[in-house]
Write a protein that binds this ligand. Structure first.
Ligand code: DGJ
Length: 729
């Protein structure tokens, strides 16, 4: 039993393999949070709360003379706005009388087998006997408004999920101004927080800071989870590192605008709330209607960041990613984007395909430019019909030729966008998100389609499905190349315009779900100008996501390092591209580009016919090597061994579950004359086993406690890959 309820103490204890989470119903139905951390029994942890009269901390009216009970400092499960808790809250409603106060109290609960699902939203899944659900029903006595708090426990995976549903059983309409997915309170709040910031071509850079008094936030107002901040954050003991310390990770299963607010309060307690960004949000909830928040995943690790990442990787791989491609080996692909950009025709593509096939590539992906009038990024989005003139025939014919070579075929789309210069815009100018009477703003010469309108989603879906029905497409790259602004939908009345952002995401999820159901064989790769929508919501539909538009191996070291904290390697779209690199103009060794791309789904983003014979031979060897290592890379345990932000080398490894195999990779990041020795200590090996590495055999203990001595680099950014294999028992 993962969920325990003690009738006498009114304590709920949620237990996973290594963690426990506790809450308690106290006087007048207030639901307090008591504990989250290393596994405990069901001992009532409320002894940790200090009941005392604190200045300027008001008390709920029912407490009368008891001044020790104040929501201003008590730890809570879902704090409400307007009732004397001035910290970051979870919910704010506008009642029919214009007041914004809501006061949810415990009413009942139920425990169910299996993990709940959320209609229309991605959510973690698990076998019925591997998960339990707790639903706590709350009500606001004055208004009659209701609330359901969802807790999903996947015991083996150390996962606790949270979500909330706001229900309006009254006869009046209310407005939801803020509805977060969860709150996590800590009585002892001296902690660090780590968030992952960035920009286009430099996503998910970890930034760690001590919590300051007051609120700190990360979030996105861009309509996507964004390049700039990621909906994954960590709170941890200040002394935590890769191997030690209490760490709490929270990841939102959502791909739209979000807010992660963290606050150190006046009594040095910490609070984290996360959910849909309340900034543009205003949801009309009519009588009998309900509103479902997205889900968030909480994971605790008492063994530092490595343990936390391993659990997040497992959660994503086993409980988020679905379908055929969850377990199946992904094809090594060649994407023509950096090989040709818009400058291609059918013959050119075929030549690239022939060259690629020769070297062992398994799939050709045709990127942007194959449809409508699309010879540059100034026009054509929305016109999802094949440009046969450009291809010199139908797409079906081209794909048949590619398939005849023994290559699979993949296709790029950007279904949420519309260019002003497109037939679609000329026919439906009102389908673009744009405020009437205002010029709006364009990003990459495109507007965003109004996906809050079902008919818009249906129209684009039908056009794209028509192609997928006719042509043997086995992979789709789903792109999104601007941030959303100028929210206005012609289909919604004034009082509902605050719903567009979330309705857009729901429209997107519906489309993706239909695609997943209708074409279960298709491998979807998410993309948003690279990694601008790298989140668990997208991973539910697309088992891999193009990690960044920066394909420079040295920049990718940092991007992939940051990404690895919250997301598995099998999800990281990563390719070998040309040198000098097209984004940074940096020159890097060919093998280093492969080393870095192998920490991901692996593929090529160049015309192999333009490579020297020597490099072509390398491609052949690299693909062979990757395919030998693919299971270890995608299913083994990933270790960050040395950070690309410090020292002389970035290093990482993949270790098989039985600890008998390891792929160790390192890239030299600093050249010096007269250099000192550079050592990297391996992790996750069996200290008692002996491993063959190169021509020598070392004990696991030697490699982990003494380390590996890296060779002196002979060129800038040289890299090394060593496969270690246990010898003997
Ligand atoms: C942005 C993507 O991230 C690139 O890989 C490429 O697909 C371009 N869009 C095409 O427009």
């Amino acid at each position: 039993m993962a969920i325990l309820f003690d009738q006498k103490t009114q304590v709920f204890t949620l237990q996973t393999r290594n963690s426990a989470y506790q809450m308690k119903v106290v006087d007048h139905g207030v639901l307090l949070h008591l504990y989250y951390g290393k596994k405990i029994d069901s001992c009532d942890m409320s002894y940790l709360i200090q009941w005392t009269d604190r200045g300027f901390c008001s008390n709920p009216y029912e407490m009368q003379m008891d001044r020790t009970f104040s929501l201003d400092h008590l730890p809570q499960e879902y704090p409400c706005y307007g009732i004397g808790d001035f910290r970051a809250d979870c919910i704010k409603l506008v009642n029919p009388d214009g007041s914004c106060v809501v006061d949810y109290r415990y009413r009942s609960h139920r425990i169910e087998k299996g993990k709940y699902a959320l209609a229309g939203l991605p959510a973690l899944y698990a076998d019925e006997d591997k998960a339990e659900t707790l639903i706590v029903s709350m009500a606001d006595a004055s208004s009659g408004m209701e609330l359901e708090l969802y807790y999903g426990i996947i015991e083996e995976a150390d996962v606790i999920t949270r979500a909330a549903k706001i229900v309006n059983p009254t006869s009046k309409t209310v407005y939801i101004k803020k509805a977060m997915s969860f709150c996590l309170d800590f009585l002892q709040g001296q902690m660090d927080w780590i968030h992952f910031y960035g920009k286009h071509t430099m996503e998910r850079q970890p930034e760690r800071a001590r919590l300051l008094h007051g609120r700190q936030a990360s979030g996105s107002l861009r309509g996507t989870s964004s390049h700039q901040q990621n909906p994954f954050v960590i709170l941890c003991d200040p002394e935590s590192n890769e191997d030690h310390g209490d760490c709490y990770g929270a990841s939102l299963v959502y791909s739209g605008s979000f807010l992660a607010e963290v606050e150190l309060d006046q009594f040095d307690q910490a609070r984290l709330v996360m959910g849909i960004s309340p900034e543009e949000f205003n949801w009309q909830l009519g009588p009998g209607e309900s509103f479902q928040t997205p889900e968030a995943v909480l994971i605790y690790s008492g063994e530092g960041f490595t343990g936390l990442s391993h659990r997040f990787h497992q959660a994503a791989q086993e409980h988020v990613i679905r379908g055929k491609w969850k377990d199946e080996r992904r094809p090594v692909l060649l994407n023509n984007w950096e090989a040709t950009y818009f400058d291609f025709d059918g013959d050119k593509l075929l030549k690239i395909a022939e060259g690629a096939k020769e070297l062992g590539v398994e799939m050709l992906v045709l990127d942007d430019g194959w449809f409508g009038k699309r010879d540059s990024d100034y026009s054509g989005l929305g016109d999802w019909y094949v440009n046969e003139e450009k291809l010199g025939g139908t797409l079906k014919e081209l794909v048949e030729k590619i398939n005849a070579l023994g290559l699979r075929f993949g296709l790029w789309v950007e279904p949420e966008m519309i260019c002003e210069d497109s037939d679609l815009y000329r026919a439906h100018p009102d389908w673009a998100l744009r405020v009437p009477g205002r010029p709006g703003n364009i990003g990459r010469s495109q507007f965003v389609l109004d996906y809050s309108r079902p008919e818009v989603v249906d129209h684009i879906r039908d056009m794209i499905f028509k192609i997928l029905d006719e042509v043997n497409v086995e992979y789709v790259k789903w792109d999104f190349n601007r941030s959303i602004s100028n929210y206005y939908s012609y289909a919604l009345p004034a009082e509902r315009q605050g719903e567009i952002g979330h309705r857009f995401v729901l429209g997107l999820y519906r489309f993706l779900e239909e695609l997943h159901t209708r074409y279960p064989h298709i491998l979807l790769e998410g993309c948003c100008g690279g990694g601008g929508r790298f989140d668990l919501g997208m991973l539910y539909y697309s088992p891999q996501i193009w990690c960044s538009d920066d394909t420079d191996a040295v920049e990718r070291l940092k991007i992939q390092y940051g990404t690895s904290f919250g997301y598995p390697i099998s999800a990281v779209g990563s390719h070998v591209s040309a040198s000098p690199n097209h984004q940074t103009f940096r020159r890097t060794p060919f093998e280093t580009r492969a080393t870095v791309a192998m920490a991901g789904t692996f593929g090529y983003e160049l015309d192999v016919n333009c490579l020297t014979k020597r490099d072509q031979a390398k491609v052949k060897r690299q693909i062979k090597e990757y395919k030998n290592e693919q299971d270890l890379i995608c299913k083994g345990d990933y270790y960050r061994l040395s950070s690309p932000f410090e020292g002389h080398a970035a290093a990482w490894s993949f270790v098989s579950k039985d600890k008998r195999e390891c792929l160790f990779c390192a890239v030299s990041t600093k050249l010096q004359s007269n250099p000192g020795a550079v050592y990297v200590k391996l992790k996750g090996l069996d200290p008692k086993l002996c491993y063959k590495m190169g021509e020598r055999v070392y004990s696991g203990a030697a490699l982990m406690y003494g380390g590996v001595l890296l060779p002196i680099p002979g060129e800038e950014y040289q890299s090394w890959r060593y496969h270690l294999k246990a010898v003997g028992k």
